[in-house]
Design a protein around this ligand. Structure first.
Ligand SMILES: NC(=O)c1ccc[n+]([C@@H]2O[C@H](COP(=O)([O-])OP(=O)(O)OC[C@H]3O[C@@H](n4cnc5c(N)ncnc54)[C@H](OP(=O)(O)O)[C@@H]3O)[C@@H](O)[C@H]2O)c1
Length: 195
């Protein structure tokens, strides 16, 4: 069974961005050491534009071969004219309103997102599925999340967009697999779901 990993950046108080989801304030912590971590250890999670800037555009995938995101997250790039934000991955966007995909490399999932994710998890393959976000889709998919990788930035938003944004989320236990601390104050914690 392939894993679904919610790989997400958040504040000390657990928000993935301000109330509109804007996480720009986290960018100020991107120093050389942390950029090196992103570039060398988790390049599959970087959007195409960042991979290009790092010169690792065509680096083979090591951890993920598929990305799932909600329309809200996809639209952040779409507003800048980016129709295929993770060109190195198979891309699925959950949306009941987008209709036709703006890009042949992006598949829109309008019905039964949970069932579609289960089918992706059941496929053969060594690489996993990257749940990019955002908040609402992650809330819908919490029951399918096998792993959490949380990049916690030393920042308090006070109010903002929660990591899991659906009202019906059940308390769900995870076990800690590892913690990395960086000089910029960011902690990267990895948790596996307790089954
Ligand atoms: N900090 C981070 O690491 C991080 C990561 C990713 C995103 N973000 C931020 O998160 C924000 C977006 O989050 P969000 O919660 O507003 O939006 P989202 O979860 O990305 O997308 C929500 C949309 O996904 C679709 N959707 C959700 N569940 C569905 C289902 N069961 N079936 C079909 N479609 C479904 C719906 O689209 P339709 O309305 O079209 O039906 C819904 O409006 C952005 O601002 C982004 O910057 C932050």
């Amino acid at each position: 069974m392939r894993k679904l990993t919610y790989f997400v950046a958040c504040s000390l108080d657990g928000f993935i961005g301000d109330p509109d989801g804007d996480a720009t304030a986290m960018m100020s912590f991107l120093d050389e050491e942390f950029l090196d971590y992103l570039r060398t250890e988790v390049p599959d999670t970087l959007p195409t534009a960042a991979r290009r800037a790092f010169g690792i555009d065509d680096r083979p995938n090591e951890r993920f071969d598929t990305v799932v995101q909600g329309r809200g997250s996809y639209e952040v790039g779409l507003e800048e004219g980016i129709t295929s934000p993770y060109a190195h991955l198979r891309q699925y966007v959950a949306s009941r309103t987008l209709g036709v995909s703006p890009d042949p490399d992006v598949e829109i999932v309008a019905d039964d997102v949970v069932g579609r994710v289960r089918a992706l998890k059941a496929e053969e393959g060594a690489l996993g599925i990257y749940l990019c976000g955002g908040s609402r889709l992650a809330g819908e998919l919490l029951g399918e999340v096998d792993e959490l990788v949380i990049k916690t930035y030393p920042l308090v938003y006070g109010r903002g967009m929660p990591m899991f944004g659906t009202s019906g989320v059940d308390a769900t236990a995870f076990a800690l697999d590892g913690v990395r601390a960086f000089g910029n104050g960011v902690l990267v914690r990895t948790y596996r779901r307790k089954r």
